[in-house]
Write a protein that binds this ligand. Structure first.
Ligand SMILES: Nc1ncnc2c1ncn2[C@@H]1O[C@H](COP(=O)(O)OP(=O)(O)O)[C@@H](O)[C@H]1O
Ligand SMILES: [Mg+2]
Length: 392
């Protein structure tokens, strides 16, 4: 068995890269649109770029429908992309089935949200793991090799003694144990990248931490690059080195997890953090105003709003936001922290003045980013600035 403790490989080396990744799903036209020439499509993912590095967890955070799973499926080569590129070790990669797909999957494995649906109920754990080892050429030559490899896989995911689990059926295991089996099956390929699409969302709260800790331990020991998809930004802070926030198919903010979660710059990230249930706030002054903290619904992705897709919900909306697509603008508080938001454009701030940069500011979600104070805002009152388009 070749499960490598790949300590020799350089840490932080980019393994898999999304470059301007875009996916539009065509939709069938309604009768009254039949003669219109405009193609109709769900703009599920638009211009998404990030890099997954060895020994690092990158979190992709956003509410339901923001395009997170589509990004995972594109990276797993399960969808054909509309535009953009996927680079594995710097090489542009497009595979459709066959041997090339198998060789890609050996390096990039996808773990899904529902471990019960992803395991076949009529087969034992031994069957699932053996199949993965065989397909990816890690089963060894003899029956003993195989048995040893199976034992190693289950030990890696802390299902010991292995004999207790090997001949069990999925329904005989708990949700957490099933997810561990799904992870073991992915490890059977000896991958470099794990794409974990909401891997703990279906699990009881009490066992989520155990599975996240397991993934973190595997990342360290096997030097894996992990994409951790979640709608729970708090878990991203705990688990991920880097966090990227998506809204309605576009990336709106990114940076190291601590900065993005503790010092969020984009109004959407701030809303996401503020809308997590907090017992102190439920009885707090903000609630007394009777304002809706949720502040609206995500937009239609068939006709997404022009300019910034968040503008219809944004408490700091400016006329420009309704027309111009915001660029990624670097925030001066930490290297690598950026937001796609005009509030951080020097021209906007100069024109509006930092105090009035947020004319419609909603008091329920705190001061506009440009006016933040507090221990982390060693950033200037105008936390600017240069274009980060090239810094992908
Ligand atoms: N196969 C598909 N065909 C058409 N639309 C799709 C398909 N898959 C996803 N979508 C749409 O793309 C958008 C993003 O979906 P998804 O990536 O599943 O979001 P998330 O994982 O963030 O909840 C949604 O509006 C969804 O309805
Ligand atoms: Mg999803």
């Amino acid at each position: 068995m070749t499960l490598s403790e790949s300590a020799a490989a350089p840490v932080n080396e980019v393994v898999l890269e999304a470059v301007g990744l875009t996916k539009h799903f065509p939709v069938r036209k309604r009768l009254r649109d039949l003669f219109s020439r405009t193609p109709t499509a769900v703009h599920a993912v638009d211009d998404v770029s990030f890099a997954l590095r060895r020994g690092q967890v990158t979190a992709l955070v956003g509410e339901s429908g923001s395009g997170k799973s589509t990004v995972a499926r594109l990276l797993a080569q399960l969808h054909r992309r509309t535009a953009g590129d996927i680079r594995l070790h710097g090489v542009s990669t497009t595979v459709r089935g066959g041997r090339a797909f198998r060789s890609y999957v050996r390096r990039v494995q996808l773990i899904l949200q529902d471990p019960f649906a992803s395991l076949n109920p009529v087969h034992t754990i031994r069957y699932h793991l053996t199949r993965s080892l065989r397909i990816h050429g890690n089963a060894g030559r003899t029956a003993e090799d195989l048995e040893k490899a199976l034992g190693e896989l289950l030990t890696r995911v802390s299902l010991t003694p292995a004999e207790r689990y090997l001949d069990a059926f999925p329904h005989e295991l708990s949700g957490g144990q099933r997810q561990r089996v799904a992870i073991a099956r992915a490890l059977g390929a000896d991958p470099e990248v794990l794409l974990a699409d909401e891997p703990v969302s279906m699990l009881d709260v009490s066992i989520r931490l155990g599975v996240l800790n397991l993934l973190r331990d595997l990342k360290d020991r096997l030097n894996l690059a992990i994409l951790y998809i979640t709608h729970d930004i708090a878990s991203a802070r705990y688990f991920a080195d880097e966090t990227i926030v998506m809204y309605a198919g576009r990336m709106v903010e990114g940076g190291d997890s601590e900065t993005v979660t503790q010092n969020p710059a984009h109004p959407y990230t701030r809303l996401l953090i503020e809308s997590a249930p907090d017992p102190d706030r439920i009885t707090g002054a903000a609630d007394a105003t009777g304002q809706d903290r949720g502040n609206g619904e995500p937009p239609s992705l068939i006709r997404p709003p022009a300019g910034c897709r968040f503008h219809p919900r944004c408490p700091h909306v400016m006329p420009r936001c309704k027309v111009d697509l915001p660029l990624r603008l670097e925030i001066a508080d930490r290297p690598g922290h950026w937001a796609a938001c005009w509030l951080y454009d020097p021209a906007t701030v100069a024109a509006e003045g930092s105090a009035s940069a947020a004319p419609d500011a909603d008091p329920t979600i705190g001061p506009p980013p440009a006016a933040r104070t507090g221990p982390r805002s060693s950033a200037p009152a105008v936390p600017l600035i240069h274009r980060a388009e090239d810094a992908r």
